[in-house]
Design a protein around this ligand. Structure first.
Ligand SMILES: *[C@@H]1O[C@H](CO)[C@@H](O)[C@H](O)[C@H]1NC(C)=O
Ligand SMILES: *[C@@H]1O[C@H](CO)[C@@H](O)[C@H](O)[C@H]1NC(C)=O
Ligand SMILES: *[C@@H]1O[C@H](CO)[C@@H](O)[C@H](O)[C@H]1NC(C)=O
Ligand SMILES: *[C@@H]1O[C@H](CO)[C@@H](O)[C@H](O)[C@H]1NC(C)=O
Ligand SMILES: *[C@@H]1O[C@H](CO)[C@@H](O)[C@H](O)[C@H]1NC(C)=O
Ligand SMILES: *[C@@H]1O[C@H](CO)[C@@H](O)[C@H](O)[C@H]1NC(C)=O
Length: 464
């Protein structure tokens, strides 16, 4: 009996890939076309003038903000629920993205990260001390300068001071829209109405601390949700061997291999500058590491990297722009262009969509009082969501990049409608959902079920 049900579910799952629109990352000739520069993107500042807000800025992606927020007619629709998920803000590079020897000396002493426990039982409360991490540089540790190339006191990664400022502004802007403009958020924090969630990666908590304070300045402390590592749905960290296999198929494809082959000279030049071992596989299977390292420098106002022993051997702007076009190409290819990219997104991020579906449905039945669910996650989270929904045009989701789902109820018909925003604007897909702009909630739910099954049983079937 159970077996039959499971088989029927698999048979009804239909993960259909719809190609994205043709763009400057669809053709390798255009990816390697140096006159395309940054394709209109910003990679060297978190600041975008108001007149061009909404433009792609890798350092600080556009998010919902009062001045560009497309308002729904409130005499016809009532906002009932908002789900926000965004990437953390700008940070130091991951340790594996640092060059063997970096010429910058980096100090991260202007911000403190806290990590400590508290008894929650009244008898013991106050019996622990707040602890802050004082990044300690140990001159007698012979590995200190070998494992992360920077001299200084930063963790790799940690949210930078400027990244914390961007996080705070992000919170102000969200409150500006959902608190002030829409009068939707409660004026004071109430965990039955508002929840925040982070991943197991500490940088998302660092960001949340600034976002929450900007939204609820009177709160001294709040609890943020976090799932156990190993099956965290929003990181994502649940294991799905099938999804891993699809990812390897994508990166072994002819097109992927061709972009690496065409970048062979660039790789040689970059390895000379950085001192990265040309045999190091990690650095040469994608542009992820060079991208992260270079974007970190530019986003924080540092110059392009120079060789640690020869200060006149430096990365050029042309090389940096080529790295950025290649990074955008890789995201576009892995999450949208490749015909199995949708299958990849569905299997590697289906768990989040299953819970999202239930949150939305619980709202329609009145089973929950929750109004606002806010998640701080990663570029891989945002890319998978956009891949799952089949966005029309994808670039690497930069720092702070945000997807918002808004659930409305029609005041006349009592029906439920859904709207999705990305980069502060209506999200357009090439899939069956088209423009996700006040579509019947039912269509959204059916789409999720078509990808993962009625209750994620198709997902489980794929992964386990
Ligand atoms: C390279 O890009 C430029 C600027 O977008 C464009 O005008 C030109 O046609 C492209 N070159 C080729 C060979 O496609
Ligand atoms: C950022 O780079 C652009 C060229 O891509 C340049 O015109 C601009 O002055 C730079 N801005 C900063 C803040 O360095
Ligand atoms: C907590 O601290 C108080 C004050 O020092 C002490 O009396 C009490 O025994 C402590 N409780 C525990 C469980 O250690
Ligand atoms: C690290 O930077 C400090 C301060 O600039 C300097 O005194 C020290 O010699 C540097 N150490 C190394 C290993 O580069
Ligand atoms: C340093 O780099 C410059 C620029 O590539 C090069 O001309 C010069 O020969 C290099 N110096 C040494 C000592 O390798
Ligand atoms: C897509 O995935 C399926 C299932 O693993 C596989 O059979 C097929 O070859 C893949 N298609 C491509 C183009 O890689």
């Amino acid at each position: 009996m159970f077996l039959l049900v499971a088989l029927a579910a698999v048979a009804s799952a239909q993960i259909i890939h719809y190609a994205p629109i043709d763009n400057e990352f669809s053709e390798l000739d255009q990816v390697f076309n140096t006159s395309r520069g940054t394709n209109g993107g910003i990679y060297n500042s978190s600041f975008v003038p108001d007149s061009s807000y909404g433009q792609y800025d890798f350092c600080n992606m556009p998010h919902v903000r009062k001045d560009i927020y497309p308002q729904v007619d409130q005499s016809e629709y009532k906002l009932q629920f908002v789900e926000v998920i965004h990437r953390h803000h700008k940070r130091t590079p991951y340790a594996q993205n640092c060059f063997p020897v970096e010429t910058l000396v980096l100090y991260c002493d202007e911000a403190l990260n806290n990590y400590y426990s508290e008894f929650k039982t009244p008898a013991h409360s106050g019996n622990t001390t707040k602890l802050s991490w004082a990044n300690y540089q140990n001159q007698y540790n012979p590995f200190n300068f070998i494992h992360n190339g920077y001299n200084g006191t930063c963790q790799f990664p940690q949210i930078s001071y400027a990244g914390l400022e961007d996080s705070y502004q992000h919170g102000l802007d969200l409150y500006g829209v959902y608190g002030e403009l829409m009068s939707f958020l409660p004026a004071s924090y109430d965990p039955k109405l508002v929840t925040f969630r982070v991943t197991n990666n500490v940088i998302t908590s660092q960001v949340a601390s600034a976002v929450v304070k900007a939204m609820y300045p009177h709160e001294e402390e709040i609890d943020v949700k976090v799932e156990a590592d190993g099956f965290d749905a929003i990181e994502p960290s649940y294991s799905c061997g099938f999804a891993d296999d699809i990812a390897s198929e994508i990166t072994s494809s002819t097109v992927w291999q061709e972009h690496l082959a065409r970048a062979a000279d660039l790789y040689d030049e970059l390895d000379d500058i950085s001192g990265v071992d040309p045999e190091s596989e990690d650095w040469h299977v994608s542009f992820d590491h060079y991208f992260d390292n270079t974007a970190f420098r530019l986003c924080h106002g540092y110059g392009l990297a120079c060789n640690s022993e020869n200060s006149s051997l430096c990365m050029t702007q042309v090389q940096a722009e080529q790295i950025f076009r290649l990074g955008d190409f890789e995201y576009n290819y892995k999450y949208r262009i490749h015909e199995n990219s949708t299958l990849y997104a569905a299997t590697s991020y289906g768990a989040y969509f299953n819970e999202l579906k239930h949150r939305l449905l619980e709202k329609t039945t009145g089973a929950t009082s929750l109004k606002y669910s806010h998640n701080v996650a990663h570029d891989g989270s945002i890319a998978r969501i956009l891949g799952f929904l089949q966005i029309d045009y994808l670039r690497w989701p930069g720092m702070g990049s945000e997807v918002v789902l808004e659930l409305y109820q029609g005041l006349k018909d009592g029906e439920w409608y859904l709207r999705a925003l990305y980069m502060g604007r209506i999200l357009t897909t090439t899939g069956p959902l088209g423009e996700i702009d006040m579509i019947p909630l039912h269509d959204f739910i059916s789409y999720i079920e078509s990808m993962i099954g009625k209750d994620a049983e198709v997902l489980v079937d794929y992964c386990v």
